[in-house]
Design a protein around this ligand. Structure first.
Ligand SMILES: [Cu+2]
Length: 475
């Protein structure tokens, strides 16, 4: 096993300080560094076709402390002692085997977000497996069917466990290497810190539940505030963006750069899309094709979030003053896509999922799907099962009857957005998560290829914890 630094140009995690002041009374002035960003288990790049292999990794979830730039520490829960957790990297065709041990004070599981896994590997407590109790070990093993950018996180008390630092990235490489000079990863999160500089320990508060979940007062990329990415004129980079925040949505603005989206939620698009304005909701990923123009030699480009009125610095791209080289050519691999549902079609609306809230439940506010709130600690009970036919297209309509944001995520399948508020939409890509705006109706077509019981839930983790989850029975 090799060990690599994810952020090779800046090996010392420097958390440069507070970037947000949006929540009065929750401001913190601490300067902190999170995580050593060391990826374990990086699989070396062998370049050409070879026999599929089983790639084995060990992951331990445990409380730990990571250093702050002030010399103090912050308490987190982490996979293998780092936030973000390790980046697991395999080639399409390989089998991933993860021996997972829980050393947290709570039960947990690992869910493989966006991966078409066998149902038993999906990490949903009470549905696909028993929770992994403290001290226990569980082996996750599957062969991904798609190349792309995926991530993993707990599906037990996720609003607390993910916020405390439990998330990692799974990259499934194409069978053939792509011509990018570099393959970079920006894992975007926000943290709500209390005045002592620790992760605020109140979870699922009434404030979070009455709004769009827990929005933090520090935005971090790869565990640090506003990291710098160095690039050279003429370089062609692949930049993978992941939103692992509990509730915050990001709309990254690359200023003078014009990245093109080449993959959404892991899978390649059918035609490149201008990245401008893309709403990266919790759970979403986009892979960007970024060519650094010669005209930007010697300049600094700030990448900022434009979702809210207050622009938030995410990262800076420092372009060297070197003479430009010719970027290598890249075209989206053909034949790499999963079976896709028709983007338009005659299938009638087969399933409406109405999203709303009502008083009650363990937190005082219950978030419901078709009037039902799922029990967060036992996903099997108190829930409807909605049948979807295997290997046949189905329409699903998310009808947001509330005034809050709901990034709706389906496990085990991809879908195509076909309309918003009745207006036809033609996105040249599939998704596993789509942001549904207040009072909006979003209609999608899905073609489930994996049998089993799959979650449909809001990826605002506080909404999910307060019940906004249900089950799709694919058979
Ligand atoms: Cu929601």
């Amino acid at each position: 096993m090799e060990t690599i630094m994810l952020t090779r140009h800046d090996p010392t995690p420097m958390f440069a300080g507070n970037t947000l002041r949006s929540l009065p009374g929750r401001r913190s002035s601490v300067h902190l560094a999170i995580a050593t960003l060391i990826a374990v288990g990086f699989t070396s790049f062998t370049g050409c076709a070879r026999r599929p292999e089983v790639k084995s990794f060990e992951i331990i979830a445990a409380p730990t402390t990571v250093p702050l730039s002030s010399g103090r520490t912050i308490q987190v829960w982490a996979y293998n002692g780092q936030v973000p957790g390790p980046t697991l990297r395999i080639r399409l065709g390989d089998t991933l085997r993860v021996t997972f041990t829980n050393r947290l004070p709570q039960p947990t599981t690992i869910h493989w977000h966006g991966v078409r896994v066998p149902n038993a590997m999906d990490g949903v407590p009470g549905v696909t497996q028993r929770p992994v109790e403290p001290g226990q070990t569980f082996v996750y093993e599957f062969t991904p069917k798609d190349a792309g950018t995926f991530w993993f996180h707990p599906h037990v008390r996720a609003s607390e466990q993910v916020e405390r630092g439990l998330y990692g990235v799974l990259i499934v490489d194409d069978p053939e290497p792509q011509p990018f000079a570099r393959d970079e990863l920006w894992v975007i999160d926000d943290l709500l810190l209390d005045p002592s500089g620790e992760i605020a320990p109140e979870f699922n508060t009434r404030h979070d539940l009455a709004h769009d979940g827990r929005w933090g007062n520090f935005v971090v990329v790869n565990g640090r505030s506003r990291p710098e990415l160095r690039a050279a004129p003429g370089e062609r980079l692949r930049l993978r963006l992941l939103n692992v925040a509990n509730g915050r949505i990001f709309v990254p603005d690359f200023g003078a750069l014009q990245p093109q989206i080449i993959a959404v939620d892991g899978l390649y698009v059918t035609a490149p899309v201008d990245a401008r304005g893309f709403e990266l909701a919790p759970g979403n990923r986009v892979d960007l094709d970024l060519v650094v123009p010669a005209a930007l030699a010697g300049s600094r480009v700030s990448v900022v979030d434009r979702f809210t009125r207050q622009a938030i610095g995410l990262a800076d791209i420092l372009v060297s003053p070197d003479a430009a080289t010719d970027p290598p050519r890249f075209s989206i691999p053909v034949g790499s896509r999963m079976p896709d549902a028709p983007s338009t079609g005659s299938a009638p609306p087969s399933l409406d999922l109405r999203l709303n809230a009502e008083p009650g439940g363990p937190f005082g506010i219950a978030w419901t799907i078709n009037g039902t709130a799922m029990n967060p600690l036992d996903h099997a009970s108190g829930s409807e099962h909605y049948a979807l036919p295997l290997n046949e297209p189905s329409r699903v309509r998310f009808v947001n009857e509330s005034y809050r944001l709901h990034p709706m995520h389906l496990h085990g399948m991809f879908f195509r957005v076909v309309s918003r508020n009745g207006r036809p939409i033609d996105e040249p890509f599939t998704r596993d998560t789509v942001l549904v705006h207040p009072k909006e109706t979003v209609e999608v077509v899905t073609l489930p290829t994996e049998p089993g019981l799959w979650m449909a839930h809001c990826h605002v983790l506080e909404h999910a914890e307060a019940g906004m989850m249900t089950l799709l029975d694919v058979h």
